[in-house]
Write a protein that binds this ligand. Structure first.
Ligand SMILES: [Zn+2]
Length: 442
C-alpha cells in the first residue's frame, strides 16, 4: 500500500532549503519511498492512493525537544508567575501545582498532545517524573515520542531555590529504577516510534553522585540525556553557594556533558559556560516562548558559534511549535539587534531537523527519499500565506495553527483534514477544563 502526495510545494532540506514543485512524495509503510515528478507517479507506482495537495505545502513536522505535557494544568497561571531574575531568590511565591489523579493527569497529557499535533508537531520529548503513569495513553496518539524520565535527589527545596544541598540516597535509587523500568517497557516500541531518554532535573536538583550515576547509565543504555540547564538565576546562585562554581562547570566536573545531551534553556550563562557546552557539542533546546514569558533570553548565536546544535522546545503550558519557532526568530533578532539574522531557513531547521538529530533520530526531520515519513500538510491558500514568494519565510513569520491540515508520523496519518484521528478531541477538551477548574478551586 502506497500513498502519493501530489501537487503540493515540497520543502526540501538537504544542504540548503529549497522548494520542489510539480513533484509527488510517495510513501510506503513508514518510509518516504520516492520523490518524483507528478507525471511519473502512476507509471512507477500504479497502486498508489493519491492525496491531492494543490495549494498546500509539505513541510517536515516539528521536533519539540523539551516539554511537560501534563503542565497544561497550569495554563493561565504559571505563565505569569515567574521566579525572580534578581536576588533575593526565588522571589515572590507562586501557586503550587494541585494534585490530580492519574486518570486526570492522563487527560491533561492528551490535551497537550492534541495541541502538539494540531500545530504540526511530529516528535516530542516529554520530560517528567512518572511517565509510566501515562506512556500507554500518550503513545496511542500516534506521535513519535522520546520519553525522558526525570530524577532528582535533592532532599528539599525547589528548582531555583537557594539553600544547602543535601542528597537523598533513596530518591536517587528510586529515580534510577524508574528510568530503567521505563526503558525496559517502552524503549524501541512500535518500530522505535517510542524511545526512552534519561533526565536529570537540574544542576541544583541533582547531586554530583546522581549526575555521575546517570552518565554511567546513559552510556550503558546508549540513550539521549537531558537536563534543565542555566534556567534560572536562583539555580546559578545555588550552585555557587554549594559547589563554588557555575552550573555548566558543575556538570562538566561530574561528567554529564556529552554530544548526546539536550540542555534545555541555557539562559543564565557565562561566556565560559557557553564555550564549555559548545566544546562538548551538546544540543540546546531553545525554549523561546517560555523564555520570553520569563523575561530571559539565551545567547543562541554565541552557543551555535561555540559548537552547540540549536533545537527548539515549548516547555510549560504550551505545545504550539509554530509560535516557538516564530518567537525564537523574533527574540534572537531583538537580542542581537539584527533584522536579518537568524533567517527563516535557519530557524525552520532548528525546529525540525536539528531537533530530530538532538533526539537521536537522524533519518527524519527533513523530507528526503529513504527518510521516515514524518510530515505535515499546510494549507497555503490563505491571505496571510499569500503571495508565496518565499514559502519558508511565510511559514516562520506568518504560519498559524489552523493552517496545519494533516499530520503524518511513521507513514500514518494522525490528523487528517484537521480531524485528530486517534483521540476524542471534544471529550478531552471538556474533561480537561473540568479537571483544571476543580483542581485550582481546591
Ligand atoms: Zn522544563
Amino acid at each position: 500500500m502506497k500513498t502519493a502526495i501530489q501537487n503540493g510545494k515540497i520543502i526540501m532540506n538537504t544542504d540548503t532549503i529549497s522548494v520542489l514543485e510539480n513533484h509527488s512524495i510517495v510513501i510506503e509503510n513508514d518510509i518516504i519511498l520516492d520523490i518524483l515528478p507528478n507525471t511519473e507517479v502512476l507509471k512507477l507506482y500504479p497502486d498508489s492512493t493519491i492525496i491531492d495537495a494543490t495549494n498546500r505545502a509539505i513541510f517536515s513536522g516539528f521536533a519539540n525537544c523539551h516539554t511537560h505535557l501534563s503542565l497544561t494544568l497550569a495554563r493561565g497561571i504559571f505563565e505569569n508567575e515567574s521566579y525572580a531574575n534578581t536576588p533575593p531568590f526565588p522571589g515572590p511565591p507562586r501557586r503550587s501545582l494541585p494534585k490530580i489523579s492519574t486518570e486526570e493527569q492522563q487527560i491533561m497529557v492528551l490535551l497537550g498532545a492534541i495541541e502538539a499535533i494540531k500545530s504540526g508537531t511530529t516528535v516530542t520529548m516529554e520530560v517528567a517524573q512518572g511517565i509510566m503513569n501515562y506512556a500507554n495513553e500518550l503513545q496511542k496518539t500516534g506521535l513519535r515520542l522520546v520519553l525522558a524520565e526525570q530524577m532528582s535527589d535533592r532532599v528539599s527545596g525547589s528548582i531555583g531555590e537557594p539553600g544547602k544541598f543535601e542528597s537523598d540516597q533513596q530518591k536517587l535509587e528510586d529515580g534510577i529504577e524508574r528510568i530503567i523500568d521505563l526503558y525496559t517497557k517502552w524503549n524501541g516500541y512500535d518500530q522505535s516510534r517510542v524511545t526512552v531518554a534519561l533526565a536529570a532535573h537540574a544542576p541544583d536538583m541533582n547531586s554530583p553522585k546522581s549526575l555521575q550515576e546517570l552518565r554511567v547509565l546513559q552510556e550503558k543504555l546508549d540513550i539521549v540525556s537531558t537536563i534543565h540547564l542555566n534556567q534560572l538565576w536562583g539555580e546559578v546562585q545555588n550552585i555557587k553557594d554549594n559547589f563554588g562554581t557555575t552550573p555548566t562547570e558543575y556538570l562538566e566536573q561530574n561528567n554529564f556533558l556529552t554530544s548526546k545531551l539536550v540542555a534545555a534553556h541555557c539562559r543564565c550563562m557565562t561566556k565560559k559556560e557557553e564555550q564549555i557546552l559548545g566544546k562538548f557539542k551538546s544540543s540546546v533546546s531553545f525554549n523561546s516562548s517560555i523564555a520570553a514569558r520569563r523575561g530571559l533570553s539565551p545567547n543562541i548565536k554565541d552557543l551555535e558559534e561555540y559548537g552547540c546544535s540549536i533545537a527548539m522546545g515549548s516547555d510549560n503550558m504550551d505545545e504550539n511549535m509554530i509560535e516557538v519557532m516564530r518567537t525564537g526568530l523574533f527574540m534572537e533578532r531583538v537580542r542581537i539587534m539584527d533584522g536579518r539574522n537568524p533567517n527563516p531557513n535557519e530557524v525552520y531547521k532548528w525546529a525540525t531537523q536539528n531537533g530530530y538529530q538532538s533526539l537521536g533520530i537522524n533519518d527524519a526531520g527533513f523530507i528526503a527519499k529513504g527518510n521516515k515519513a514524518d510530515l505535515i500538510i499546510v494549507n497555503t491558500f490563505k491571505p496571510h500565506m499569500t503571495p508565496q514568494t518565499d514559502i519558508v519565510s511565510n511559514w516562520v513569520h506568518m504560519g498559524q495553527i489552523q493552517d496545519v491540515e494533516s499530520v503524518m508520523v511513521d507513514g500514518k496519518w494522525i490528523m487528517k483534514n484537521h480531524k485528530i484521528l486517534n483521540l476524542d478531541e471534544e471529550y478531552i477538551i471538556k474533561e480537561a477544563n473540568q479537571i483544571a477548574k476543580k483542581a485550582w478551586n481546591n
